[in-house]
Design a protein around this ligand. Structure first.
Ligand code: AOF
Ligand code: ZN
Length: 339
């Protein structure tokens, strides 16, 4: 199953809106005789990719991180090919949250021995975006920030380049690729003029005050949420957006993105928007550089409210700690979705 997950990850960023799936087939002596994965949206499912590499009767056990499909979609049901190839055991990581799929039943009816829930937590994490889309019918929101040890993203004069090292910044590029789109604000564009290379970019610019010559506009399909104009033509799409308390409605933005077929987004903004977005955020990537500003006017990574008591803190669960010398990356999930 670990191998299935590893194979599936090779297609990170390429399968949306479909899941990441890997498959391993062994013979009766537990030797791996074929592997496969879902390479790209619209292409063969992982099981089919692996099964097409073996002859009927050669495979004994098939491992797959997601329940095999039993429906006619872009491809015929994987269950049919599993049965046709004479597989005797199927080991599954997690059930498919897609209501169209009930492959287990079909496999069992064909006399195949089925085991489920193997490395289930890992399999669920691998497809957290797909699960959120399927079960909650909404976009998955991730957020990336980079701070000093004292939680600052910029000093009081606004300078923020570069808090983290090159290794950490390389990792940011990998993280971006996992998401359908990245999102930033006019404040960040005006302050830093970032390129933020990506196939889809979302910009929050209420008053349309960013310069179209800014680097971010040079490449990619762009969606600019603003309160003035609607114009869905060409590479730069303008989307007229309702405003709440003088700010773009994030609720509208996330709903609209989902309607546009964008299944996941990575937010990379300043403290004000990070703070406002926190209640919609499913996952945080937080890089920390071993530096202290000590500046009490420096900008915080989540700057959005005045609380008086420590009991009012938002709480998170740390999922992973990684080192990208000399920085670290903490990955964490909210425990609840309060503001
Ligand atoms: C994939 N790749 O390896 C597996 C999937 O539109 P289709 O025919 O490609 O079907 C997509 C559904 O198939 C998807 O929502 C999921 O429920 C199931 N399994 N999908 O793209 C795969 N095994
Ligand atoms: Zn399938």
């Amino acid at each position: 199953m670990e191998k299935c997950i590893e194979l599936a990850k090779q297609a990170e960023g390429l399968t949306s809106p479909n899941p990441l799936v890997g498959c391993v087939i062994t013979d009766e002596f537990d030797n791996i005789i074929a592997t496969g994965y879902h390479h790209k949206y619209g292409e063969n499912h992982a099981e089919r990719d692996a099964l097409l590499k073996i002859n009927k009767g050669d495979g004994d056990t098939l491992y797959v991180n997601l329940e095999p499909c039993s429906h006619y979609g872009k491809t015929p049901p994987c269950t049919d090919l599993i049965i046709e190839k004479g597989i005797k055991n199927v080991i599954i990581g997690m059930l498919d949250p897609n209501p169209l799929v009930s492959g287990i039943k079909k496999l069992k009816e064909a006399g195949i021995d089925v085991t489920t829930g193997v490395l289930e937590d890992e399999c669920k994490k691998l497809n957290e975006v797909f699960i959120t889309n399927m079960t909650e019918n909404r976009i998955f929101v991730a957020l990336k920030t980079a701070t000093t040890l004292d939680g600052k993203i910029a000093t009081s004069n606004g300078s923020s380049k570069w808090i983290t090292s090159e290794k950490a910044r390389d990792e940011v590029h990998k993280i971006r690729k996992r998401y359908d789109a990245i999102m930033t604000s006019s404040t960040t564009i005006i302050a830093d003029n970032p390129t933020m290379e990506h196939r889809k970019k979302v910009i929050l610019d209420r008053e349309l005050k960013t310069d179209l010559k800014s680097k971010i506009y040079r490449q990619g399909e762009i969606y600019v949420f603003n309160e003035k104009v609607d114009d869905l033509e060409g590479n730069i799409n303008l989307i007229k957006t309702p405003v709440q308390d003088g700010k773009i409605s994030l609720e509208f933005v996330f709903k609209k993105l989902y309607e546009l077929g964008i299944r996941s987004v990575l937010i990379e903004c300043g403290g004000k928007l990070n703070g406002k977005a926190l209640k919609y955020t499913d996952k945080i990537y937080h890089f920390i550089a071993p530096k202290i500003t000590g500046d009490n006017h420096a900008k915080s990574c989540f700057d959005y409210r005045n609380i008086t008591d420590i009991s009012e803190c938002r709480e998170f669960k740390i999922d992973k700690i990684e080192v990208f010398e000399p920085d670290i990356l903490l990955t964490y999930y909210p425990i609840d979705k309060k503001s």
